[in-house]
Design a protein. Structure first.
Length: 169
Protein backbone atom coordinates (compact mmCIF):
# COMPACT_ATOMS: atom_id res chain seq x y z
CA UNK A 1 0.00 0.00 0.00
CA UNK A 2 2.86 2.40 0.87
CA UNK A 3 4.41 1.67 -2.53
CA UNK A 4 1.22 2.79 -4.30
CA UNK A 5 0.98 5.97 -2.20
CA UNK A 6 4.59 6.91 -2.96
CA UNK A 7 4.15 6.15 -6.64
CA UNK A 8 0.92 8.18 -6.83
CA UNK A 9 2.48 11.11 -4.99
CA UNK A 10 5.50 11.04 -7.25
CA UNK A 11 3.40 10.99 -10.42
CA UNK A 12 1.30 13.88 -9.15
CA UNK A 13 4.43 15.89 -8.50
CA UNK A 14 5.72 15.15 -11.97
CA UNK A 15 2.32 16.11 -13.38
CA UNK A 16 2.63 19.52 -11.78
CA UNK A 17 6.12 19.91 -13.17
CA UNK A 18 8.98 21.25 -11.13
CA UNK A 19 9.09 24.42 -13.24
CA UNK A 20 5.83 25.71 -11.73
CA UNK A 21 6.98 25.02 -8.20
CA UNK A 22 9.31 27.06 -6.09
CA UNK A 23 10.65 25.28 -3.06
CA UNK A 24 13.85 25.36 -1.14
CA UNK A 25 14.25 21.70 -0.27
CA UNK A 26 12.96 18.26 -1.24
CA UNK A 27 13.37 15.42 1.25
CA UNK A 28 13.38 11.73 0.38
CA UNK A 29 12.59 9.72 3.52
CA UNK A 30 13.26 6.00 3.33
CA UNK A 31 11.48 3.32 5.37
CA UNK A 32 14.80 2.62 7.11
CA UNK A 33 14.63 6.15 8.60
CA UNK A 34 17.40 7.60 6.45
CA UNK A 35 16.55 10.96 4.91
CA UNK A 36 18.24 12.78 2.02
CA UNK A 37 17.75 16.49 1.33
CA UNK A 38 17.97 18.03 -2.14
CA UNK A 39 17.93 21.70 -3.08
CA UNK A 40 15.50 21.97 -5.98
CA UNK A 41 17.71 24.34 -7.89
CA UNK A 42 20.33 21.55 -7.94
CA UNK A 43 17.98 18.84 -9.26
CA UNK A 44 18.42 18.31 -12.96
CA UNK A 45 15.86 15.52 -13.41
CA UNK A 46 13.67 13.09 -11.47
CA UNK A 47 12.58 9.87 -13.12
CA UNK A 48 10.59 6.81 -12.17
CA UNK A 49 11.35 3.56 -13.94
CA UNK A 50 11.56 -0.14 -13.11
CA UNK A 51 10.30 0.47 -9.57
CA UNK A 52 13.02 3.03 -8.82
CA UNK A 53 13.23 6.77 -8.21
CA UNK A 54 16.28 8.38 -9.76
CA UNK A 55 17.28 11.93 -8.76
CA UNK A 56 19.83 13.46 -11.13
CA UNK A 57 21.66 16.45 -9.70
CA UNK A 58 23.43 19.11 -11.71
CA UNK A 59 26.85 18.30 -10.25
CA UNK A 60 26.94 14.61 -9.21
CA UNK A 61 25.93 11.10 -10.22
CA UNK A 62 22.22 10.31 -9.82
CA UNK A 63 20.90 8.87 -6.55
CA UNK A 64 18.61 5.85 -7.00
CA UNK A 65 16.00 4.65 -4.51
CA UNK A 66 13.72 1.62 -4.68
CA UNK A 67 10.14 2.91 -4.56
CA UNK A 68 9.20 0.13 -2.15
CA UNK A 69 11.82 1.52 0.27
CA UNK A 70 10.59 5.14 0.20
CA UNK A 71 8.28 6.29 2.96
CA UNK A 72 7.57 9.74 1.45
CA UNK A 73 8.78 12.70 -0.58
CA UNK A 74 8.38 16.04 1.17
CA UNK A 75 8.80 19.61 -0.05
CA UNK A 76 9.56 22.39 2.44
CA UNK A 77 8.58 26.04 1.92
CA UNK A 78 6.48 25.03 -1.06
CA UNK A 79 4.74 27.74 -3.06
CA UNK A 80 3.23 27.73 -6.53
CA UNK A 81 3.07 30.32 -9.25
CA UNK A 82 -0.67 29.77 -9.60
CA UNK A 83 -2.76 32.79 -8.80
CA UNK A 84 -6.17 32.24 -7.30
CA UNK A 85 -9.02 33.37 -9.51
CA UNK A 86 -11.93 34.84 -7.65
CA UNK A 87 -14.99 32.70 -8.24
CA UNK A 88 -17.84 34.58 -9.80
CA UNK A 89 -21.00 32.90 -8.63
CA UNK A 90 -23.85 32.76 -11.07
CA UNK A 91 -26.49 31.55 -8.56
CA UNK A 92 -28.99 29.88 -10.86
CA UNK A 93 -32.30 28.19 -10.05
CA UNK A 94 -33.95 25.84 -12.53
CA UNK A 95 -37.62 25.05 -11.83
CA UNK A 96 -40.02 23.29 -11.81
CA UNK A 97 -38.22 20.00 -11.50
CA UNK A 98 -39.60 17.72 -12.88
CA UNK A 99 -40.85 19.88 -15.75
CA UNK A 100 -43.55 19.20 -18.35
CA UNK A 101 -43.50 22.06 -20.90
CA UNK A 102 -41.75 25.25 -19.74
CA UNK A 103 -38.45 25.36 -17.87
CA UNK A 104 -37.89 28.51 -15.79
CA UNK A 105 -34.37 29.81 -15.13
CA UNK A 106 -33.83 32.43 -12.45
CA UNK A 107 -30.46 34.18 -12.21
CA UNK A 108 -30.18 35.83 -8.81
CA UNK A 109 -26.89 37.66 -9.32
CA UNK A 110 -26.76 40.66 -11.66
CA UNK A 111 -23.84 40.67 -14.09
CA UNK A 112 -22.83 42.69 -17.11
CA UNK A 113 -21.64 39.99 -19.51
CA UNK A 114 -23.90 37.74 -21.59
CA UNK A 115 -24.62 34.12 -20.67
CA UNK A 116 -24.79 31.07 -22.86
CA UNK A 117 -27.31 28.48 -21.76
CA UNK A 118 -27.40 24.89 -22.98
CA UNK A 119 -29.54 21.85 -22.43
CA UNK A 120 -27.69 18.57 -22.85
CA UNK A 121 -29.04 15.04 -22.98
CA UNK A 122 -27.44 12.58 -20.58
CA UNK A 123 -25.31 11.20 -23.42
CA UNK A 124 -23.79 14.68 -23.89
CA UNK A 125 -25.66 15.80 -27.02
CA UNK A 126 -26.61 19.47 -27.09
CA UNK A 127 -30.37 19.77 -27.62
CA UNK A 128 -30.72 23.52 -26.95
CA UNK A 129 -28.40 26.52 -26.93
CA UNK A 130 -29.06 30.25 -26.59
CA UNK A 131 -27.22 33.44 -25.69
CA UNK A 132 -29.27 35.34 -23.11
CA UNK A 133 -29.49 38.95 -22.02
CA UNK A 134 -27.90 39.55 -18.59
CA UNK A 135 -30.45 42.23 -17.64
CA UNK A 136 -33.34 39.78 -17.32
CA UNK A 137 -33.60 37.77 -14.11
CA UNK A 138 -36.03 35.05 -15.27
CA UNK A 139 -36.00 33.14 -18.57
CA UNK A 140 -38.42 30.56 -19.88
CA UNK A 141 -37.57 27.77 -22.30
CA UNK A 142 -40.25 25.71 -24.02
CA UNK A 143 -39.07 22.11 -23.83
CA UNK A 144 -42.37 20.43 -24.76
CA UNK A 145 -40.77 18.83 -27.86
CA UNK A 146 -38.02 17.08 -25.88
CA UNK A 147 -38.53 13.40 -25.05
CA UNK A 148 -39.00 12.41 -21.42
CA UNK A 149 -35.80 11.80 -19.48
CA UNK A 150 -32.94 13.27 -17.52
CA UNK A 151 -31.23 16.41 -18.88
CA UNK A 152 -28.43 18.76 -17.87
CA UNK A 153 -28.90 22.51 -17.85
CA UNK A 154 -25.62 24.43 -18.23
CA UNK A 155 -25.01 28.17 -17.94
CA UNK A 156 -21.69 29.75 -18.91
CA UNK A 157 -20.71 33.40 -18.42
CA UNK A 158 -17.20 33.04 -19.87
CA UNK A 159 -15.51 32.50 -16.51
CA UNK A 160 -17.89 30.25 -14.60
CA UNK A 161 -19.90 27.25 -15.74
CA UNK A 162 -22.72 25.85 -13.61
CA UNK A 163 -24.55 22.63 -14.41
CA UNK A 164 -27.86 21.46 -12.97
CA UNK A 165 -29.87 18.28 -13.59
CA UNK A 166 -33.57 18.30 -14.33
CA UNK A 167 -36.18 15.74 -15.37
CA UNK A 168 -38.49 16.20 -18.35
CA UNK A 169 -41.83 14.39 -17.85
Amino acid sequence: MQYKKVKLTAFLLLGLGLTGLQSQTMYVRQTSGAQTAYTLSNIKKMSFSSGNLSVSKTTEIPDTYALSGIRYLNFQDLTTNISMVEKQEVAVQVYPNPVVDVLNIRISKAVSQAYFIQILSVDGREVYKEKINPRNKVYQINISTLPQGLYLFRINNGTTIETTKFIKQ
